[in-house]
Ligand binder design. Structure first.
Ligand SMILES: Cc1cc2nc3c(=O)[nH]c(=O)nc-3n(C[C@H](O)[C@H](O)[C@H](O)COP(=O)(O)OP(=O)(O)OC[C@H]3O[C@@H](n4cnc5c(N)ncnc54)[C@H](O)[C@@H]3O)c2cc1C
Length: 958
């Protein structure tokens, strides 16, 4: 019998490639139990359930409201939730049998705590579905096992991260404990705790069973009227272009007939890209091998929690009386040609790659060194040899399909031992791809699950169902929404591959607040890029754009081509200054560049700073119906005279903020087309954060299509740069550069004009995102450098300096300006976020979301965004628990240090634990503390921004 340590030694000692195969054979064939098998460790898979049939398992209906393609975790969860929400004319089409893609060989782990509030909510829902709802509905057990989860910390930062998770868990009622090494040993006697800092124990984590979950989900869904048709590959998606030029789904085609439908959901796992191609939709994911091994029986392992040793990049899943061992390696194998014949398939396990995990696993649970691995993998498509005796299988299945499975039966059963390498889809940011595709209406994505599709399946299935039925998800799904990626990136294979590799390899890395990717950089550079790089700019990546993060006085930090961290025989970069700067910030303390950012902030507050915000999305909304469209789209009244600029939100139907942006009314002019395009009817210029530009574009486009407004949305983002000059000296500086009077009377706040800057036509806009007097200059690409230089030259004697987005983050939170997707999201209304002034509720003009806001206002706000300051000099980054009078009432969404007020500032929504509205009185009357990493810090709540609460500075009153 091969043992893990033998495998490790053998692979470590391998030299020439040519001898490897021979060594591998010797290693696993000369020992006690020669095997050549790959299989999953589950007692039952659906492959064995019934013999393959020719053709669909049921006749196809002629039409359906929704067709879900793919019968894995996501397809089954989506079908179930659609049916549960009342949409029952729905069909799931599966090419082979349910679960036959990735789902059948999942490890099925469910951890409840992640460094994202939305993900904690999604995971909680999955857990509720598999541990409670399905059983209540069907009387069947899904195979859920609640054996707990244990996260291992081998260094201080890691333990800090776990403490952050624990604090967040308190806001959601997720029970968790930070344990000392000795306490960990008591809980898990087989564990080596010598090198531990501590652990995070979550007793209600557990494991899902793929076959049990999917069959129970489909049984519950079909009981409500949904249909499941297996052995029915989808071969085409019919798309029709309507009279307005909009592409819409009309039917799904198979070899056995077609189904008329206006809605298709792509839950096709690694095959999602090819399914997307059938409709002309880009699905940016890559397929990779992903593996685990299953050990022989281990005495004393029964009932132990599952383990994630992040620093060793390895997990140990309890598998009855054995362990499954898997992880994330630095050199995963890409599956280049995804085969559509691959059902219940597995790959050869590449021992050279997998060895990295064994070392970590043996270090954590030393008994593994002497533990056997019984079977090995010999190639795709090999039949699974069942190791269970018929008697045991029959017994298990009997109890499974009865009203309740006996958990003890699971644990007593002899387990199937295997080495297992399967396929899974991975994405550029390690987050799924969901929502309606921007290219085709009615084509929804539910794919790209990055090795978390079991645990996220329930939460995501529910959101997807809500999205399909209501047009938007219930939660803030921006992080998973396909529209988060710019359209130029979703077809960029190199970008997808590089970023997916890095995200995979870093999956178990600590999530630090200021980290940036090294892969897929320099895709979108603005006209000032080279100039700012020369001046020490340290860039941040935001969905393809490089935007200034901060300016390093020590010199330049260019971003190099991706070196795959030395994997796949790439030569790793040496002396990579950008990478080193990132590494210096891997801390939950104040980062080493805190003082540099402080200087940028205080220069802005005391003199003037220049921010390059060229990555902004810059759109024109023009045409006969532009006014009607603007009235409907924007929560604020933008129907002002040309020359005005309005800060507004765009809402969804339940009043949630899909965006915040500025909208400037235009007069028809005939000058530079980038700055003043010719139009008929009305015209508006929209400026929106660059990271969310595609999302905004798609939102507006969908609304225009739904309402059939006759107007155009034109993207000038790449044609225009933008710099913002902010601070008390901004007027003096700009008066030297611009050919217009900048005094308050001539150029008031919230207005814009076409002017000349150093001889170049630009659009100047008096606005601020940092709480100072200042102007944005929207500049045609070619004029960016001369205008920027003229500003810097004029500002030199006033102490002007470059500043980046790290400074903007601090300055804006200090002033109390919201960040979309931080303290303002699609699940927050402007009323809850303290932005009632952006809503034209006093007018009679209808707008998207108005009815929901009116209802909310009448009923009272059930949550409210509150500003907190903390006197103690302690860094906060978001996710801290908010305590009020000894009870947790919410968590922090966004936090930073405010240098002018010299305090940590944190924003979070609070709720009344008794239920009912959160009044201003309720806010003011509490005693607050913010819990950071398990330690509480007294905090003061503010109902107005603590910095310049009367807005004097933006008006130029210093
Ligand atoms: C080794 C390994 C360990 C893992 N461990 C975990 C874990 O511990 N926890 C966790 O949460 N996740 C884990 N995962 C990930 C998880 O298993 C997946 O994310 C999840 O199963 C993906 O489900 P899916 O429905 O998106 O895809 P799939 O399960 O692949 O389902 C897609 C389905 O679409 C069907 N299909 C494709 N094309 C067509 C077509 N044209 N017509 C009809 N049908 C079609 C396929 O046959 C397939 O059944 C692991 C994955 C692997 C590989």
């Amino acid at each position: 019998m091969a043992s893990l340590s033998r495998a490790l030694r053998a692979v470590a000692s391998r030299q020439p490639l040519a001898t490897r195969r021979c060594l591998q054979q010797r290693l696993f064939s000369g020992a006690a139990a020669p095997t050549s098998e790959k299989s999953v460790p589950y007692q039952r898979t659906l492959k064995e359930d019934s013999p393959p049939t020719q053709g669909p398992t049921k006749p196809l209906p002629k039409s359906a409201d929704v067709v879900v393609v793919g019968g894995g975790s996501l397809g089954c969860q989506t079908l179930y939730h659609l049916a549960k929400m009342g949409l029952t004319d729905v069909v799931l089409l599966e090419r082979d049998r349910l679960t036959s893609g990735t789902t059948w060989h999942t490890a099925g782990l469910l951890w409840q705590l992640r460094p994202s509030d939305v993900e904690v909510e999604l995971l909680a829902h999955t857990r509720q579905v598999v541990s409670r709802d399905l059983e209540e509905e069907t009387g069947l057990h899904t195979g859920w096992i609640q054996n707990g989860g244990l996260f291992i910390a081998s260094n201080r930062q890691r333990l800090d991260e776990y403490k952050r998770l624990m604090s967040l868990g308190k806001a959601y009622g997720v029970e968790s404990y930070v344990l000392s090494p000795a306490e960990t040993k008591d809980l898990y006697p087989l564990m080596n705790v010598d090198d531990l800092y501590g652990t995070l124990y979550v007793p209600k984590d557990g494991t899902m069973d793929p076959a049990g979950t999917c069959t129970t989900l489909t049984r519950a869904a079909t009981a409500r009227g949904a249909q499941v048709i297996e052995n029915c590959p989808v071969t085409g998606i019919r798309v029709h272009t309507d009279d307005f030029g909009v592409r819409r789904v009309t039917a799904v085609e198979t070899q056995h007939g077609s189904i008329q439908t206006s809605c298709v959901v792509n839950c096709a796992g690694v095959w999602a890209t090819s399914l997307g191609q059938m409709a002309g939709v880009k699905v940016p994911l890559v397929a990779m091998h992903h593996a685990y091994v299953v050990t022989e029986r281990i005495d004393g392992i029964q009932n132990m929690p599952n383990v994630r040793d992040h620093d060793a990049s390895v997990y140990l899943r309890l598998q009855g009386d054995a362990l499954s061992v898997g992880g994330y390696e630095s050199n995963p194998v890409f599956w280049e040609e995804v085969s559509d014949k691959f059902a219940f398939g597995l790959f050869d396990l590449d021992w050279d790659i997998f060895t990295q995990h064994i070392e970590g696993a043996i270090n954590r649970v030393p008994v593994l060194e002497r533990t056997g691995i019984k079977s090995t993998v010999c190639g795709p498509g090999v039949a699974i040899r069942r190791e269970l005796s018929d008697g045991i299988v029959a017994n298990w299945e009997l109890s499974y399909w009865g009203s309740r499975v006996r958990i003890s039966g699971y644990q007593r059963a002899e387990m199937h031992r295997a080495l297992l390498s399967g396929a899974e889809s991975f994405t550029a940011d390690h987050k799924p791809l969901m929502g309606e595709a921007p290219e085709v209406r009615g084509f929804f994505l539910g794919c790209g699950f990055n090795s978390a599709g079991m645990m996220l399946g329930g939460g995501c299935g529910k959101e997807l169902a809500h999205w399909i039925i209501h047009g938007y998800p219930e939660k803030d799904m921006y992080g998973y929404d396909i529209r988060r990626f710019h359209s130029s990136l979703t077809a960029d294979r190199r970008w997808i591959r590089e970023r997916s590799h890095e995200s995979y390899a870093k999956n178990y890395s600590v999530v630090f607040p200021h980290d940036e990717p090294l892969a897929g950089r320099n895709r979108r550079r603005d006209p000032l890029h080279e100039e700012l790089l020369r001046q020490g700019c340290v860039f941040q990546e935001r969905h393809g754009w490089e935007r200034p993060g901060w300016f390093n006085p020590q010199g330049t930090a260019p971003i190099l081509d991706y070196d795959y961290y030395g994997a796949y025989e790439h030569k790793p970069h040496e002396d990579y200054s950008y990478n080193k700067l990132l590494g210096d910030e891997y801390t939950f303390d104040f980062p080493p560049h805190h003082e540099v950012i402080k200087k940028e902030c205080l220069t802005c507050r005391g003199a003037a700073a220049v921010f390059d915000m060229s990555y902004f999305g810059k759109f024109y909304l023009l045409g006969p119906d532009a006014r009607k469209a603007a009235d409907w789209l924007f929560s604020a009244d933008v129907s002002k005279a040309p020359g005005s600029t309005v800060y507004t939100c765009m809402l969804n139907a339940r009043g949630g903020a899909e965006s915040d942006l500025t909208v400037s009314s235009l007069a028809p002019e005939n000058q530079a087309p980038q700055l003043a395009p010719v139009f008929e009817g009305d015209g508006y210029y929209l400026a929106v954060g660059g990271a969310v530009a595609q999302y905004n574009w798609s939102h507006i486009t969908s609304v225009l299509q739904d309402q059939k407004f006759q107007c155009q949305l034109i993207d000038y983002s790449e044609e225009l740069g933008m710099i913002s000059i902010q601070g008390p000296a901004s007027r003096t500086v700009l008066q030297e550069v611009l050919d217009t009077d900048l005094r308050n009377e001539a150029f008031p706040f919230s207005t814009h004009k076409l002017v000349r800057a150093a001889g170049h036509l630009v659009r100047a806009m008096r606005l601020s995102f940092v709480g100072e007097m200042g102007w944005e200059l929207h500049i045609p690409k070619k004029a960016c450098i001369p205008v920027y230089k003229a500003v810097m030259e004029a500002g030199a004697k006033h102490g002007i300096a470059n500043a980046g987005y790290r400074a903007i983050d601090s300055l804006s939170i200090e002033k109390g300006y919201r960040h979309w997707h931080g303290d303002l999201r699609p699940d927050d209304s402007p009323l809850e976020a303290g932005l009632a002034f952006t809503c034209k509720l006093k007018t009679t003009t209808p707008f998207l979301g108005r009815e929901a806001l009116e209802k909310q206002r009448a009923a009272g706000l059930l949550k409210r965004l509150v500003c907190f300051t903390v006197d103690e000099k302690v860094p906060m980054f978001g996710l801290e628990a908010i305590w009020r009078n000894g009870q947790v009432v919410g968590h922090i969404r966004r936090a930073d240090f405010g240098f002018a007020i010299n305090k940590t500032i944190a924003y979070g929504y609070i709720r009344n634990p008794e239920g009912g509205p959160v009044s201003l009185e309720f806010v003011k009357s509490g005693d607050y503390a913010l819990e950071r990493m398990g330690v509480s810090y007294p905090a003061q709540a503010h109902v107005k921004s603590p910095f310049d609460p009367d807005n004097k500075r933006i008006k130029g009153i210093y």
